[in-house]
Ligand binder design. Structure first.
Ligand SMILES: [Mg+2]
Length: 265
């Protein structure tokens, strides 16, 4: 079993790990103080592409945690960075998604358009309409490459599980007859981009997440140490089935054991 003491970098999921909706997890501030003191550099990585890194930083600030937008990677940004390596600046792309995703694409030099595009990048759109589904479908059928930020069928909310990106993607997939390439977890791409940004190596980098079929599976595919916390989506049975390297009740429990391992408790 890998030891916590050997971890030099972290890639941390947010919802279900750091907070539930607007409710911070116990010991959230202490956990970040611990990471800053070592220091253990981290990237907060989420499949949810409906907010910008600045909006996530603002949300954490309201919970008393200071994190720079540069320490946050959302799947929309990861998608834009990944595509920017393959396509020149000025490449025309059609975005099916929220303003945060459109911004991520233009930040990387892409031009947003509704015709003559090389790419259709699709994600969650809270204002989805038949017209939008039709436009994206026709472009994919016309030969544009179909990319999805992630495939999560649902997102957690205070009201229960609600439709996520994956629910929109299956509609486009059914209509176009094309399977998209996905970038978010459990694909290893987002973890690889985060490691590159930190100058981290997989053997000494841990992925912390609450969802086995995205966070833990993606961490394994990227060759990282995996840490499942049971404060969100997955339970212990699932964490063991996915062979998560380490399992804790929540970040408070993780922090307690980490301090004990260091002999600081
Ligand atoms: Mg989560």
């Amino acid at each position: 079993m890998p030891s916590l003491a050997g971890i030099k970098h972290l890639i941390i999921d947010m919802d279900g790990v750091l907070y539930h909706g607007d409710r911070a997890m116990p010991m959230l501030c202490e956990f970040f103080a611990f990471l800053r003191e070592r220091p253990i550099p981290f990237i907060l990585a989420t499949n949810n592409s409906t907010r910008t890194p600045q909006e996530y930083a603002d949300k954490l600030a309201r919970m008393g945690v200071q994190v720079s937008p540069n320490e946050i990677l959302v799947s929309g940004q990861a998608t834009a960075r990944f595509l920017a390596r393959e396509y020149p600046r000025g490449t025309r792309v059609h975005v099916f998604g929220m303003p945060a995703l459109k911004q991520a694409m233009t930040d990387e030099g892409f031009v947003l358009a509704d015709d003559n595009v090389q790419l259709v990048v699709a994600s969650m759109d809270r204002e989805v309409t038949y017209e939008k589904l039709k436009r994206a479908t026709l472009l994919i059928r016309g030969g544009a490459r179909f990319i999805a930020t992630n495939l999560d069928p649902t997102n957690p909310s205070e009201e229960g599980l609600i439709p996520g990106t994956g629910s929109m993607i299956v509609a486009l997939e059914a209509a176009s007859g094309v399977k998209p390439q996905a970038i978010g977890k459990p694909e290893p791409t987002m973890y690889q981009l985060a490691m590159e940004q930190m100058g981290a190596y997989p053997e000494t980098t841990a992925a912390i997440g609450d969802r086995c079929d995205t966070d833990i599976l993606g961490g394994k595919r990227a060759g990282l140490i995996t840490i499942c916390v049971l404060s969100g989506s997955s339970n212990r049975t699932e964490a063991e089935a996915y062979e998560s390297d380490l399992i804790f009740d929540d970040i408070a429990h993780l922090l307690e054991i980490w301090r004990r391992e260091e002999g600081v408790a």
